[in-house]
Design a protein around this ligand. Structure first.
Ligand code: SAH
Length: 342
């Protein structure tokens, strides 16, 4: 396991095995996670020979910035190059309450959603906890701004990489490191039911988002292959279990696709399925991806859909579109980079 993925207790153990004292592990942990220093040469309170052996023993996974695009609205999109030659994307958005980063949990994705660019780019591998952290740390250093909120909504399915993702959450909320508030973290899943159930047992105060995108199995099957494994009823029942275990409100993501899932009838069906749940619906006009046939719903359609849901007592927000001039939506930049090199 790479050094950035280790908890402070694990780091102490590993240092002990390599005949280094516990306080040295604490120093390195603080450099890495509090001061965001990844170069051992900059860890000035360590003896020179120790720095040299640490370089050999525990290389720190650092991502280099391959490309960076800044939108007119201040959204910054990073394309990070991995040592093994592939790319991951992260997006930093500036909100009134602070900077939010959207991180990737995998290189590509296996889930195959029909509208998503990450699926088109193909699946390569899962990222380690340290590699997910590295996106946060590198962007934070590059921007010179504290990132206070994290959404796991970039490339990849977090529950297809459960151990590393939950380890990442432990590390980023560690008071000896960046000490982010658990409430400032959102995790989005396409509906991997065992992951939802496992996370419920941890009773974390983060926000769980579910990419629902359809009011029934017929439409959802067309958009999301995962629905054939875990259908809407199984998914919503796992969500109820999650709400009961954590008392946290679930956020349902619903991408509005012209003529496909955006009628008033669809809204009524959605409302009746979600009735009585501690939840919130976030409508997203779908982002157009060159290779996919889907078009975003009109503003009037979205308004009408919203009002049907609201009349049924469901809280709704429509996602503000940030960074559309820089392809700031999942998988788009990596896909462009792949096209460039193909
Ligand atoms: N795999 C996880 C997280 C990554 S995707 C998940 O599926 O939730 C983050 C969100 O962007 C998901 O809600 C996904 O369905 C949505 N998304 C993917 N492609 C999109 C597009 N072209 N337009 C709008 N939303 C999209």
């Amino acid at each position: 396991m790479d050094i950035l993925s280790l908890t402070s207790d694990e780091m102490r153990e590993v240092f002990k095995e390599n005949s280094m004292q516990a306080y040295r592990a604490a120093q390195v942990y603080e450099w890495l996670h509090k001061h965001l220093v990844s170069d051992y040469d900059e860890m000035t309170n360590l003896p020179k020979d120790m720095r040299e052996s640490l370089k050999e023993l525990f290389p720190v996974p650092v991502f280099s910035i391959e490309r960076k695009a800044v939108s007119k609205d201040g959204t910054a999109k990073y394309l990070f190059a991995l040592p093994d030659g592939d790319y991951v994307e992260s997006v930093v958005m500036k909100y009134k309450y602070g900077y939010t980063i959207c991180v990737s949990s995998q290189v590509g994705c296996k889930m195959g959603c029909a509208f998503c660019a990450s699926a088109l780019g193909g699946f390569k591998r899962s990222l380690s906890a340290g590699e997910i952290l590295s996106q946060v740390y590198t962007a934070q250093k590059d921007l010179g701004q504290r990132i206070s909120h994290i959404v796991l909504m970039g490339m990849g399915e977090p529950f297809d990489n459960y151990e590393n993702v939950t380890r990442f959450i432990t590390l980023v909320t560690d008071e000896k490191g960046q000490n982010l508030s658990m409430r400032n973290i959102s995790l989005s899943t396409c509906g991997v039911v065992p992951g939802i159930k496992a996370l419920a047992q941890k009773k974390l105060q983060l926000t769980l988002s579910i990419s629902l995108h359809a009011p029934n199995n017929e439409i959802r099957n067309r958009l999301m292959p995962i629905n054939k494994k875990y259908n809407i009823d199984e998914l919503l029942s796992a969500c109820k279990e999650y709400i009961n275990a954590t008392s946290r409100r679930i956020s349902f993501e619903y991408a509005m696709i012209d003529g496909l899932n955006d009628s008033d009838e669809n809204a009524r069906e959605l409302a009746s399925r979600l009735r009585g749940m501690l939840c919130h619906v976030n409508l997203i006009p779908i982002n157009e991806v060159k290779e996919s046939p889907f078009k975003p719903s009109s503003a009037e359609r979205i308004a009408s859909f919203t009002s049907v849901l609201e009349k049924k007592g469901i809280t709704v927000t429509v996602r503000r579109k940030l960074g559309s001039d820089i392809d700031a939506s999942c998988g788009q930049l990596r896909l462009k980079e792949k096209r460039r090199s193909d």
